[in-house]
Design a protein around this ligand. Sequence first.
Ligand SMILES: [Zn+2]
Ligand SMILES: [Zn+2]
Length: 146
Amino acid sequence: MQIRFHCPTDTCVAIIEYEPLEGSGPTMECPRCHETHPISVSDSIRERGIVDTCAVCGCKEFFIRKDFPQVLGMGIVVVFGLAALYFLTVSVLMAWIILASAVFIDVVIYFLTGLVTTCYNCRADYRKYTRDPDHAGFDLATSEKY
Ligand SMILES: [Zn+2]
Ligand SMILES: [Zn+2]
């Protein structure tokens, strides 16, 4: 299990990666601002690897999303899009092939990436966990409660 979350301190922008290990304490120190924050890893997380309660904020609702690197996905589209524009003056077919390969690469990345469980409240990400069948994809109605 790996938890990645934004430091709860308002003025701090650190993204903290935390692995709850055997015997890790009820607090963690932010490597950037050195504040200590309470963290409560539930028995379910520690023993079964199932996320039931958010270790950072105590929220009990989560959604599953693809761990798709959006910046990379966008970058491919932009770079290939520009290349396609350039080749448009040479050959329309060439431009189409370039665009099609951009889509293809994005699809491949999409299928290769794993799933992340994310807390609705604080957006902490949980990786390397056992999937809880109760968790579903992002739900806007649930999200609006927070
Ligand atoms: Zn911090
Ligand atoms: Zn949370």
